[in-house]
Design a binder for this molecule. Sequence first.
Ligand SMILES: [Zn+2]
Length: 683
Amino acid sequence: MEKKERYTITAALPYTNGPVHIGHLAGVYVPGDIFARFQRLKENDVVYLCGSDEHGVAITIKAKKEGITPQEVVDKYHAIIKKSFKDFGISFDIYSRTSNEGHHKTAQEFFKKLHEQGEFIEKVSEQYYDAKENQFLADRYIAGTCPHCSNDGAYGDQCEKCGTSLSPMDLINPVSTLTGNTPEVKETKHWFLPLDKYEPWLKEWILEGHKKDWKTNVYGQCKSWLEQGLAPRAVTRDLDWGIKVPLKDAENKVLYVWFDAPVGYISATKEWAEKEGKNWEDYWKDEDTKLVQFIGKDNIVFHCIIFPSMLKAHGDYILPNNVPAMEFLNLEGNKISTSRNWAVWLHEFLIDFPGKQDSLRYTLTALAPETKDNDFTWAELQTKNNSELVGVLGNFVNRVVVLTNKYWGGEVPALGELSEVDKSVIEKMQTFPDRVESSIVKYRLREAQLEMMNLARLGNKYLTEEEPWKAYKTDEARAKTILNISLQICAKLSVLAAPFLPFTVEKMKHILNFSANTWEESKPEMLLPSGHQIGKAELLFERIDDEQIEAQLKRLADIKIANEEANRKVEPEKEAVSFDDFQKMDIRVGTILTAEKVKKAKKLLKLEVDTGIDTRTVVSGIAEHFSPEELVGKQVSILVNLAPRKIRGVESQGMILMAEDSNGVLKLINPSETKVKEGSVIA
Ligand SMILES: [Zn+2]
């Protein structure tokens, strides 16, 4: 028997100022879940843990904006995020949170030990201070004029207009965003972790020690950071939201969120171990334990450089064995963005696609940005679901189960004499457990899932080519052999698919009346003995229709328009006109009676409009925005005393008023929601 291993598997703590989206799921939580589920099947000792990251200035800003407390912000999103993970079958052994008292204690102890060992350096620096609010100002709480582009809405950390990184002292005319006052400059003391001190050790540990086993994208980023050189990094902040610095001379100071958050992995382990009656130290202090940390690429520096330096400085802890960070997942060709609402939110996905957790998990793994950024499209979800899950896996299992029930009342038929094809299929199917395994342990999860599906493809092809429904009529023993082998493949799939498709596997176990709980159990040739009773067929997957995909694309298109509208520069105001000039314009309510295209002019429509005064002809350049049919009966605002002019040989007697959005799309100015009498004056 193989020696059992111990794994501490962590997934990046989601920052609790918003819900989680498909990019998070694809980059961190599904990969971590596949790995954790696999290691449990291997009967290894596993803890898979995560929790909400609930401190930091971004949460206080969100709270101010919404007029609630930071605690209310994190309570709200912690609940939403936790539920999303549960809904998608992310099998955390614990999902904790950094606002827990236990975490505050653990993080403070961590800080204190480093402080006592003299690992920190203390530095006094000048910072902006708001005397009215009696607090130092975080970078985001200072606004002013950008020294580069003169944008007067730049923040203390960045000018969002020109993209320049700033420090608060760079801003011209700084103001506190809390009070609008000009802040004073005051001295403040902070504690710094001298990362430069760990640089030689990090170079050896990563660049020498993990050249072969870490992913190239992770290794490359570490190398680039280490070659640029590391500087001391502040571990404390002047802020009132967070974990108090446990020192006498540190009033109104908290641990910087990047320092407290990774310690959250340790706190969560303690919390879990206490509940489970385990010793948490086995998972963090035993040299044989493998610490594997799933993160997105924006977190590489924290998990490969900063956190290991903290662990090294502390001295009691093991270091990460691997940090298989993913690149980013884009959505329909654009970067996922919370502020622009360009995202597929997990809690919303299940409203539109109930029961389709595995379809999304499968698609995200198939598209996982393992080595470079990748793109999620709705069309891809539909294809993966319909062609692969429904068309291959679902179709195969369904045909096998239906035929077994139809011919032999659901009893696994006897295996007869084997043909050369049978022998070859059995030989091939026996290679799959090792193929899937060897990809998972190298963190090649796309490849692992593909291998699992290749077993379903093998089964599907075998069934289609051997045609047991034909054999049944002429040679029942032959049909029995084909179905027996097909059922063995189904049973094997029910184990190999378990890390990827947990919801589907539950259904398969029920249908096959076969419940393996270890990877080893997938390995025998014959998993279902003849005479074993299976259940009735149930559909494993349902198709996704074109209309469902179109609705999602429409939603994104609407978001795009709304974003462009929100960013649109408003036209500058025109020169003032006198009231008399304004009075000269005669604008009335009219109703469009007829509309037709003007021949050989693709932009023009000829309209007959009831103006209350008369029925008149108006030629309008709106043919690319409206069909003639949709205009008939619409009420409009019409300038009736515009001097008539001939357009393409037709005399136009007035002008229909329109609004134009940022994409140049025209909208009618409807006088009212209810009908207004034609000829009513608009003034
Ligand atoms: Zn600027």
